[in-house]
Design a protein around this ligand. Sequence first.
Ligand code: SAM
Length: 242
Amino acid sequence: QTIHSKSRFVFEAIGRIHSCFPEKFGIPRQAGLVEEAQGAIELFSSFDRKEALRELEGFSHIWVLFVFHRCLGHAWKATVRPPRLGGNRRVGVFASRSGFRPNPIGQSAVSLLGVERRDGKTWLRLGGIDLLDGTPVLDIKPYLPYADHIPRARGGYAQEAPPSRRTVVFTPAAAAACQTLGQGRHGNLKGLITALLHHDPRPAYRDATRPATFGMALWDLNIRFCISGERIEVQSVGLGDR
Ligand code: SAM
């Protein structure tokens, strides 16, 4: 069979992501940056076969191939502006991990925390995710340390580690709200918010010199925080006031 330039392929989602991120703002920029960001893959019934997962639990990490579904319907451009480059430098789309690409397919290497049966379905529990809630999953593959870990690899414009870590503090009211609202959502909501904000979710091109207040959604919660210099203060954690 000849594959030519107009070849089209149809793939079916094998499952979907359940995550704490209903919106893009605040999601880690890459997988593995915030291990506390946990979620799960719900396998769809046609692919929910015990034997299809045989031996998977021997791997600590997996590759999740997915569709950037919130980018569907957007025309792609040959160059993009990665947030980490301050928004004024363009790189080729194929030199980026942007979701706005000819085929909006993403790949994340995440921790596999466990495989469990619940509500008559199979769930793969994940750590270190960078995925929106509802993301369609195309495939799952084991991460192979001997082949996928390349110590001598060059990182181009992304050689350096992500931006410096901020100091995160909570008002007493916000800390107390984490205790009550964390129940049923995350074992350590304060720890999750702290880990997410350490990485400063703002794009690098924001004027970082002036204090400003931001809102970030986690599940049905709105997290309001103020950034001033190197310090981030979480001011409130509340339900449904977005
Ligand atoms: N690790 C993946 C990769 O390299 O293909 C994704 C990297 S991409 C830079 C990560 C960002 O994609 C997240 O911070 C979030 O803003 C965005 N994102 C996550 N899930 C998405 C989805 N389903 N549709 C569109 N954007 C998504």
